[in-house]
Design a protein around this ligand. Structure first.
Ligand SMILES: Nc1ncnc2c1ncn2[C@@H]1O[C@H](COP(=O)(O)OP(=O)(O)OP(=O)(O)O)[C@@H](O)[C@H]1O
Length: 302
């Protein structure tokens, strides 16, 4: 059963249509919600959480209507907001315990769950230091911890890698993947960076100007293309020349050769050319699409 469903969901602000008849189904797993700045990602999350109301259309979480069942939905959902919203002068432990208590956990359970969750996000050592002294990466982890502390069934994470350096981003992505893999908590993750979600998401929903561009499993997005990528240990130029003179269309891409996969004999042609040049064949495989290719390379890196 889908955990999130929307039907013709529309959100009209006075000067802009943030969501325009958006219809999506989200199945359990890690789900990437991708779109450029202003695409409508945060607006969708806020409607799902009952923080904002739709102009028209319907939305449900666990089959519960967001307009009628807000409190019951919020009991089962964790939310990590996009912007910095943490008090500087309290520790991670104090803050996350407070959020756990707000979710209805008794004092002892709140303390235990806080310790477990901060350990899970890698903040156990620093848990008694004031948040004001934390790095951006540590603050993002506190926000993630408060979203997880009441043991939700789904977490909605709005731009969790924002402001992080490449190492911090990788760590955050790994943590998100583990939320699903280790605890079975569905994660709806927004990002304007397509490449990073491709690495961790089971399913990707792409929106643009509030409308759905595509919703597919990640493997469907990254299906194989009609190009063969070849890497050789010796002189790639000579191999390329041999393939060209055998009538093959071949391009150099750095140290790799990329051939149009015209027919089954393409593989044999590569083996022959490699043998003729006396070089080693390191890799020969069908190239896969990257989700970012659908949108142009410039958006792939944010
Ligand atoms: N409270 C509001 N009042 C008026 N317009 C709004 C409001 N909130 C969002 N918008 C507009 O709705 C559109 C969608 O915004 P939204 O924040 O949902 O996009 P987003 O995909 O989350 O982008 P970002 O990553 O920049 O947050 C934008 O054009 C934005 O300016």
């Amino acid at each position: 059963m889908p955990v999130i469903q929307t039907e013709e969901l529309t959100k009209q602000f006075p000067s802009t249509t943030a969501l325009d008849r958006l219809t999506i189904d989200v199945e359990p797993g890690v789900v990437g919600l991708v779109g450029a700045n202003g695409a409508g990602k945060s607006t969708l999350i806020k409607i799902l959480l009952g923080l904002s109301s739709a102009t028209s259309g319907r939305a449900s979480v666990f089959g519960l209507d967001v307009t009628k069942d807000g409190p019951r939905i919020r009991e089962r959902v964790g939310y990590m907001p996009e912007h910095d919203c943490l008090p500087a002068d309290v520790s991670a432990t104090e803050f996350v315990v407070h959020m756990a208590r707000m979710s209805g956990l008794p004092a002892n359970a709140a303390r235990e769950r806080t310790a477990d969750t901060l350990r899970h996000v890698g903040l156990y050592e620093e848990r008694y230091r004031p948040i004001g002294g934390y790095s951006t990466g540590m603050k993002q982890r506190v926000k993630l911890a408060q979203a997880l502390v009441h043991d939700p069934e789904i977490v909605m994470l709005d731009e969790p890698t924002n402001g992080l350096d490449p190492g911090g981003r990788d760590e955050m992505l790994l943590l998100i993947r583990r939320i699903w893999a280790d605890f079975g908590i569905t994660a709806l993750v927004t990002s304007h960076m397509l490449g990073e979600l491709e690495r961790i998401a089971d399913h990707v929903v792409i929106i643009d100007g509030g409308t759905l561009l595509q919703s597919s499993s990640t493997s469907e997005f990254t299906r194989t293309s009609q190009f063969l990528v070849v890497e050789v240990s010796g002189e790639a130029e000579a191999v390329a020349a041999t393939l060209s003179s055998a009538g093959r269309t071949v391009k150099r891409d750095g140290t790799q050769l990329v051939l149009s996969l015209d027919d089954d004999e393409t593989y044999d042609a590569v083996r022959d050319a490699v043998a003729a040049q006396g070089v080693g064949l390191i890799r020969m495989e069908q190239r896969r699409h990257h989700i970012a290719e659908l949108f142009g390379a410039e958006r792939a890196d944010g």
